[in-house]
Structures are given as structure tokens and as C-alpha cells.
Design a protein around this ligand. Structure first.
Ligand code: MF3
Ligand code: CO
Ligand code: CO
Length: 287
């Protein structure tokens, strides 16, 4: 029987407790895998996901600084590719899914809810844009997004940007061992409604780390996901908040771009978080 302070079985020469020690007892790990398909991460895996998350957050920060009037989203995409290369990272969106996503980041403007594809349209005063970066470093994934307002924007746009930010940060705040997944969506939808906004239910947050999208789904709307958070769970929260109706329509031509059905603005912010013994850590917060 290997004990916590023995060298890890993987040959890393680190102590087992600092390496492949399961963050919760084996039975919790296999229970979560069997019941929900959730892969609880070891301390070593969390350290790697922290790295990829920090790279994603750093690149996102640079892109948000570059997102100013006149720059095209294709230029932001090119900058994202350069920054990934410099960081020895791979942009996860490129070639992902069916049909393969054609660019390295998602850029979702105004009425676009998510999965917007960079193109040659320059950013204009009054635009709001979501930039979504997912970086793979040494096989591990970190996923985050933010909004940028270009010049003076309408009150309606300011409202969705602020409400979606509050929805993300307030829901992260309640994440700790014992909190149920359903509490995230309950908090978000009730907050959004109180502020005159709707919550998209056709897209959800997700487990992340070893793959781009892992179980569980993290709904941002009212739901009954009766799964308790436990240490070692790594997932995103990424509420998409609309000024008008919640319905999304996917572009039939590119099969990616999701727009609001009524053409009113939408906003989204995203972090990757890990549940710890005492609460949570925001892995994509720049430290
Ligand atoms: N980054 C998005 C998310 O938060 C997923 C984008 S899929 C892509 O889950 F193919 F469009 F990149
Ligand atoms: Co995500
Ligand atoms: Co994302």
C-alpha cells in the first residue's frame, strides 16, 4: 500500500500526495466517473490545467487590449495565433467540431451570442464584442472569455455586459464542496430576470481540462442538475445573457454563429474554475 509521502508510482520523483494522489478518495473518483462521466482531477493535473488557463487568460488579456475601433476580428485572430505560438500553446477552436471551426478564437459581436467567426469587419464605436480563448498547453485545456465595449455603447448593451459579468462572478462565489450544479443556473437566471434580461439555454458551461468539453454540462438557466460539487472538479461557467428573448438561431451557412432570434444584444463572460477542499480557485484569473 502506497502512502501519501511515498514517491509517486508514475516515476516523477515527487511525493504521491503532490502528484497522482487522487484529490478525493478513489471511491468518490470512480463514483463520479461512473454516475456522471466526470473526471475528477489530481493535484498534478490541476497544476497543468492552471498553466493552460493562465496562458489562455494572458492571451485573452492581450486581445482585449488590442480590441479597439478599426481593428478587424481577423487581425485579432492573427494576433491570437502569434501569441499561442510564443506561449508554445495550441488554440483549441481551430479545426474543432463539425464542420471544423475555421479560426483560432471566437469573436461574437452585438447580437451574436457565441461561436462568432473572425472576419474582415473592423470594430466600430458602439460595438460590444466577446472574445473567447481556449488554449491547449502540453495537452491540457484552459477556457475563458470577456466582453469589450468599443467607444460609447447603448444603455441596453451596457446592461447585458454588466449583468452577464455579475452572473458569472456571483455564481462562481457560491462554488464549493456541497454546492449543487443546479444552484449556478438558479442564481444566474433569477439575477438576470431581476435585471430585465434573459438567459440562453441552448448553450452551457462544461467540464474542461483533459478535453475541450467534458461532462458535466453546466446550465446557466433554471435546471435540476442534482450533482454536488466536490474537490477536483474543473469546469467553466459562461453565462450568455440577452437583452431581449433567450432564443438562439444558428447561422445555416457557417453552422457556427449563434445569434439572438430578435436581433437584440447578447453578452457573455467565462472562467475555468476548480473546486478545492475549502471552496474554489478561478484558474483563468490573471495572477
Ligand atoms: N470556447 C467555447 C466554449 O466556451 C467553445 C468554442 S467551440 C469553437 O466552450 F469551435 F467554436 F471554438
Ligand atoms: Co467554455
Ligand atoms: Co470558451
Amino acid at each position: 500500500m502506497i502512502s501519501r509521502n511515498d514517491p509517486c508510482w508514475c516515476g516523477s520523483q515527487k511525493k504521491w500526495k503532490k502528484c497522482h494522489f487522487p484529490i478525493k478518495s478513489e471511491d468518490r473518483s470512480s463514483e463520479y466517473k461512473k454516475k456522471y462521466g466526470i473526471i475528477l482531477k489530481t493535484q498534478e493535473q490541476i497544476a497543468k490545467i492552471r498553466e493552460s488557463s493562465q496562458v489562455a487568460a494572458f492571451i485573452l488579456d492581450k486581445l482585449c487590449q488590442a480590441a479597439q475601433e478599426g481593428i478587424t476580428t481577423n487581425e485579432l485572430d492573427r494576433l491570437a495565433r502569434e501569441l499561442h505560438k510564443k506561449s508554445k500553446a495550441i488554440p483549441a477552436p481551430l479545426g474543432y467540431g463539425h464542420p471544423p471551426f475555421p479560426k483560432s478564437i471566437c469573436t461574437s459581436l452585438n447580437e451574436v451570442i457565441c461561436h462568432g467567426i473572425p472576419d474582415d469587419r473592423p470594430l466600430q464605436k458602439g460595438d460590444i464584442i466577446n472574445i473567447d480563448v481556449t488554449s491547449i498547453v502540453d495537452g491540457y485545456y484552459g477556457d475563458c472569455s470577456r466582453m469589450v465595449m468599443i467607444g460609447e455603447v447603448s444603455e441596453e448593451k451596457k446592461r447585458v455586459v454588466e449583468v452577464s459579468y455579475q452572473c458569472l462572478m456571483r455564481s462562481i462565489e457560491i462554488c464549493c464542496p456541497g454546492t449543487k450544479i443546479l444552484e449556478i443556473g438558479n442564481l444566474i437566471e433569477s439575477y438576470a430576470h431581476q435585471h430585465g434580461c434573459s438567459v440562453v439555454n441552448q448553450f452551457v458551461g462544461h467540464g474542461v481540462g483533459l478535453f475541450f468539453h467534458e461532462p458535466p454540462q453546466i446550465p446557466h438557466h433554471y435546471n435540476h442538475m442534482n450533482i454536488e460539487m466536490i474537490p477536483g472538479m474543473v469546469f467553466t461557467i459562461e453565462p450568455m445573457i440577452n437583452a431581449g428573448m433567450r432564443e438562439a438561431v444558428i447561422d445555416p451557412h457557417d453552422q457556427w454563429t449563434a445569434r439572438t432570434k430578435d436581433g437584440l444584444p447578447s453578452a457573455q463572460w467565462e472562467h475555468t474554475i476548480v473546486i478545492t477542499e475549502n471552496g474554489h480557485e478561478i484558474l483563468t484569473q490573471i495572477v
